[in-house]
Design a protein around this ligand. Structure first.
Ligand code: SF4
Length: 318
């Protein structure tokens, strides 16, 4: 991302004014690349700030976009040097290792927890997922201490940490450090269900948020049941379990959420997004709204909910 090779690398003089643009908006989730770029530039003595469209004048601006569906930044930018990066602008842009492996500047978003990856990539090739294309094979990425700073909790964005020996050793290290963590992309239930040692290891983790897994296909239901049974056996007591549910075919997704309901697990529905044409099916959005609004999900059956949707005709029937 941003600086891809020595040939293209930006040679910045001391004390430059650096502007940052978080196209996805910096209110919901901090942009990791921008936090690293900020740390790197500040270490060189540069001034770094989020771009102020009317008043700022910058030697260099980094514009980052994570999601393809986020509308692009439209305001005028006062700089001669603009570098765009992030998966919202394409799959082949990366930070150079010197920036990738720096401890992020958490003051940029004033966050109380650390953010990072222990591993990159995934062992699986799920057809709906961009991770295999974007990140490739599963591999070691960083030690937790590389990006922990002075934080006591960390949000880890690994895609399949449990399939990595390095990842499992890092979890052991995290347990010994006493840090709270959240694997916010979810853990692979199949790997927990097949290995009681992993379930036991996870039972020793201090969870920062509910333990997350994914139930994206009907085949994964038994793995979720077995993984949960093992985790509970070893005493894993996050305030709740949080299960991502991909919504593509409604009847398929309904079977999965009702299964999770019986297991007393908390489903979180995510409508499938077609990355080729950047569209989301309205029925899947409607179904996800039903699942994720817990007061409604716990009191109204899907059959009744869908029959009472005002805009049913717009949805082409459900
Ligand atoms: S297991 Fe998860 S990260 Fe890996 S390819 Fe499937 S959906 Fe993507």
């Amino acid at each position: 991302m941003y600086i891809t090779s020595k040939k293209n690398s930006w040679r910045v003089k001391m004390g430059k004014n650096i502007g940052l643009i978080d196209v996805d908006s910096h209110s919901n989730f901090p942009n990791l690349a921008l936090m690293k770029l900020s740390a790197w530039h500040k270490a060189k003595g540069d001034n770094v700030e989020f771009v102020q469209p009317l008043f700022g004048n910058y030697d260099l601006v980094y514009q980052s976009k994570v999601f393809t569906f986020t509308p692009d930044y439209k305001s005028e930018i006062n700089t001669m040097n603009l570098i765009q990066g992030g998966s919202g602008y394409g799959m082949n842009n990366f930070l150079i290792p010197e920036i990738e492996h720096i401890c992020p500047d958490y003051s940029l978003y004033n966050v109380s927890e650390a953010y990072g990856f222990l591993t990159r990539g995934c062992i699986r090739r799920c057809e709906w997922c961009i991770v295999p294309k974007k990140e490739g094979q599963l591999r070691q990425h960083a030690d937790i201490t590389e990006f922990l700073g002075d934080k006591k909790a960390a949000v880890l964005m690994d895609n399949n940490v449990l399939a990595s020996e390095w990842g499992l050793k890092q979890i052991e290290k995290i347990i010994n450090l006493g840090i709270k963590i959240d694997f916010n992309q979810g853990l692979d239930a199949r790997l927990i269900a097949n290995n009681p040692d992993i379930a036991e290891l996870l039972s020793k983790v201090k969870w920062y948020k509910p333990l997350r897994m994914a139930c994206d296909t009907l085949e994964q239901m038994q793995s979720i049941a077995k993984a949960t049974e093992l985790l509970r056996h070893f005493g894993t007591t996050p305030s709740n379990y949080f299960i991502y549910v991909l919504v593509k075919d409604i009847s398929d997704a309904l079977e999965r959420v009702e299964f999770l309901r019986k297991l007393k697990l908390d489903p979180f529905a995510q409508p499938y997004r077609n990355f080729e044409n950047n569209t989301v099916d309205k029925k899947a959005v409607c179904f996800s709204r039903w699942v994720n609004h817990k007061a409604i999900f716990n009191s109204v059956l899907w059959e009744n909910y869908k029959d009472n949707i005002k805009s049913k005709s717009e949805l082409g029937g459900i």
